[in-house]
Every structure is written in structure tokens, then in C-alpha cells.
Design a protein around this ligand. Structure first.
Ligand code: MRU
Length: 374
């Protein structure tokens, strides 16, 4: 069987997107070939592809798939199609800002470039040639988003290793690794960097009920990379932290508000509270593309509510009585005051986050660059 280290989480094949079907891990490594919008939206919805940065890279490529599928015969038809896809793909999951951001960036960049060309030539705006050019621009932008994410992950890993220099036993929640990005991950990038430097590292991966991204995905990719990983039931992590068994906690993020409040997989807040009580570091690792400066605080982040069936069932078996209901929020919000630092590709951000976040965004996006971040 191929390994996580050499099988990309997502890949543009030339005319489709190949992804690892993460619903099948760790039992089997199955690759899916996505070549229509319905399949792309379905893959996002059932978490065959997941993790904020990976959703962004995938959503951007799905726009190209959508153009190839619909084959618009004029630029006007292509523009109309893209406005439909902006919502169909961009809204497929609401909490991870990277999806919406990447879809908007890709469409806006391609349309802006096309308009510049149209304005500077007398070319026929309705010609199929123009549609081909628009498609090429969409693809270039989508591939750039993936490449930039891979670069951001490497930098987060480098900085994460520095921040966690004194930590050996480190807890994490959900999966913020290779399987969640177009690179080596965010939170898990720090583990890869520590291991590559020959530093000791023991990872405690919280299961992350109900879909078990920690137990299934983090454990799979870290074990595959030869990193010492133990799966811990979600409810057990707080007592391990309180007993002094954990040196630090590091997690990824789905959306970071302008004040530093951070949405991540449900259960993250419990780790942050336990870490604060025990006086150990609680770190968020995320690319600056996960920061949503348009959202002032965590109370304004939309939390995805998923099907109660995910709580009722595990491994195809009903766990709960037929009469019981279930509540299934996919994410929670950790207030900025519980976060020791946010490790980004633009540096390690410290409180007060309102200031450090604004400064980091100004550095990655000089005024007027027009890259379209929220
Ligand atoms: O529901 P998921 O599996 O998409 O949730 C993923 C997470 O919560 C990750 O921690 C987050 O997206 C960061 S991935 C680098």
C-alpha cells in the first residue's frame, strides 16, 4: 500500500482532481477522481476531502472541473456559470474560511485578468477562445493557491518547531496534517519538523468524535511517518493535561477572527481550558489564509451543524437508543484569551491579537495588492 508521505491529499491530473477518500482511512487508501461539480460538492460534504487549507485548494480546482463539465460557449455564459459555482462550491461547508476565500480569489483573479485583456484588445468577448483563456487563468490561480499553501505549511512547521523546542509530549485534536492541507500540515507540520531535526516527540492524538479525524487520520499519517503517536479518547485528555502528562497542545484552525478567537474541530475548547488551568501552552497553527479579518470575534463565526446520524452511528452500527436525539456541531470557538500564540506563515503572533493579526495581514498583503482576502 502506498503511504501518506508519498500520496498527495489532492492532485490536479490535467483534467480532473485526484483526492484521497479520507472516509475510507485507515482501512484502505482509495483515490477518487473528481470530474464534475456534483461529485466535488459531495466529496466536501461527506468529508472525503477536509481540513480548511485542503478545502480551499480543492474548491479552487473544482471551478476548473465545473467549466470543463459545462463547456460554456461564450464569456458571458462562463461568467454566469462561475457566479453559480461561487455559491455551489464556496458554500459547500460554512466554517472553514479557506474554501470561500479560495473560490472567491480564483474567480475574481481570473475575471479581472480577462477584463483587462478584453479592455486592451478588440477581441470578441463571446468567443470560445476567450473561455479557454479564462479556464487557463482559473487553473493557474487554483494551482498557485495549492503551491502557496504548501509553502505556508513548511514555514509554520519551522516556526512551530522553534515554539515547541522545550516540549516533547504534545497533544493535538482532529487532523491538521498532510491530509488537511496541500503541504505538510499546520499543527502536525511542527511534529514533522521536530522529527526531521532528530528531536524527541511523542504525540497524543485526541480521537475527535464523531468522525474520528484524530484516531483515523492523524494517527495514520503520523504512524506512517514513523512518529510516535498514541490515540487518546476525547474525554481523557483533560485529566492527562491536569496530571502533568502533557507539555503543550497544538491544533489547527478553520477560521480565526480579527481578535484571535479561533474556530476549530469541536472539542478544541476543552483542550484549551485544560491547558490554561494546567499552565501549559495552547497553540494554534494556521496559514494567514485562515484569518478572516471581516469577522470581528468568534461569536460571529458560523458553526456547521452536521447530521445527528454521525453521532448516532459508528462503524455502521447504531450506538444510541432509537428515541434519543443528538446534537452535532462540527466546530467550537476557543476565545483568544486561552491561546498562547498563533503560529502562521507570517510569524508567531502573540496577544493582543487584534494588533498582531492586523500587522501580519498587512505584511502578507500590502495595501492594494488585490488578492481578495476577506
Ligand atoms: O471537519 P474537518 O475534518 O474538516 O475539520 C478539520 C479541522 O478542524 C482542522 O483542525 C482544521 O481544518 C485545520 S486543518 C489544517
Amino acid at each position: 500500500m502506498e503511504t501518506a508521505a508519498i500520496t498527495p491529499t489532492l492532485r490536479w491530473t490535467g483534467d480532473s482532481i485526484e483526492i484521497i477518500d479520507q472516509t475510507r482511512l485507515p482501512a484502505e487508501l482509495v483515490l477518487l477522481d473528481v470530474r464534475d461539480v456534483a461529485s466535488a460538492v459531495d466529496a466536501i460534504g461527506r468529508l472525503a476531502i477536509r481540513g480548511a487549507p485542503a478545502l480551499g485548494a480543492f474548491g479552487a480546482l473544482a471551478l476548473v472541473v465545473g467549466v470543463d463539465e459545462a463547456q460554456p460557449d461564450s464569456l458571458d455564459a462562463a461568467r454566469e456559470l462561475l457566479e453559480r459555482l461561487r455559491h455551489e462550491i464556496g458554500d459547500a461547508r460554512p466554517t472553514a474560511v479557506n474554501l470561500r476565500w479560495a473560490v472567491d480569489r480564483t474567480i475574481d483573479a481570473a475575471l479581472a485578468a480577462q477584463e483587462l485583456i478584453s479592455a486592451s484588445t478588440d477581441s470578441d468577448n463571446g468567443s470560445a477562445g476567450s473561455v479557454a483563456e479564462l479556464r487557463r487563468r482559473l487553473l493557474d490561480e487554483a494551482l498557485a493557491i495549492g503551491a502557496e499553501d504548501a509553502k505556508a505549511c513548511a514555514e509554520i512547521g519551522r516556526l512551530g518547531r522553534e515554539v515547541l523546542a522545550e516540549a516533547t509530549v504534545i497533544a493535538t485534536h482532529c487532523n491538521a496534517g498532510r491530509l488537511a492541507t496541500a503541504g505538510i500540515g499546520t499543527a502536525l507540520a511542527a511534529f514533522y519538523a521536530k522529527a526531521a531535526a532528530g528531536e524527541p516527540v511523542r504525540v497524543l492524538a485526541a480521537e475527535s468524535r464523531p468522525l474520528l479525524q484524530g484516531a483515523r487520520l492523524t494517527a495514520w499519517e503520523l504512524a506512517d511517518a514513523g512518529i510516535d503517536v498514541s490515540v487518546v479518547p476525547d474525554g481523557a485528555m483533560a485529566s492527562l493535561i491536569a496530571e502533568g502528562e502533557v507539555d503543550a497542545v497544538i491544533v489547527g484552525a478553520d477560521r480565526i477572527a480579527a481578535n484571535g478567537d479561533t474556530a476549530n474541530k469541536v472539542g478544541t475548547l476543552a483542550h484549551a481550558l485544560a491547558a490554561a488551568d494546567a499552565g501549559i501552552g495552547f497553540y494554534v497553527a494556521a496559514p494567514t489564509t485562515t484569518i478572516d479579518a471581516a469577522v470581528p470575534s468568534g461569536s460571529r463565526i458560523v458553526i456547521e451543524q452536521r447530521s445527528p446520524d454521525e453521532v448516532h452511528h459508528a462503524g455502521g452500527q447504531r450506538l444510541t437508543p432509537e428515541d434519543a436525539k443528538a446534537v452535532n456541531p462540527a466546530f467550537d470557538v476557543t476565545p483568544a484569551r486561552l491561546i498562547t500564540a498563533i503560529i502562521t506563515d507570517a510569524g508567531v503572533l502573540r496577544p493582543p491579537y487584534g494588533e498582531s493579526i492586523a500587522q501580519a495581514l498587512a505584511e502578507v498583503e500590502p495595501a492594494g495588492s488585490g488578492t481578495g482576502r476577506c
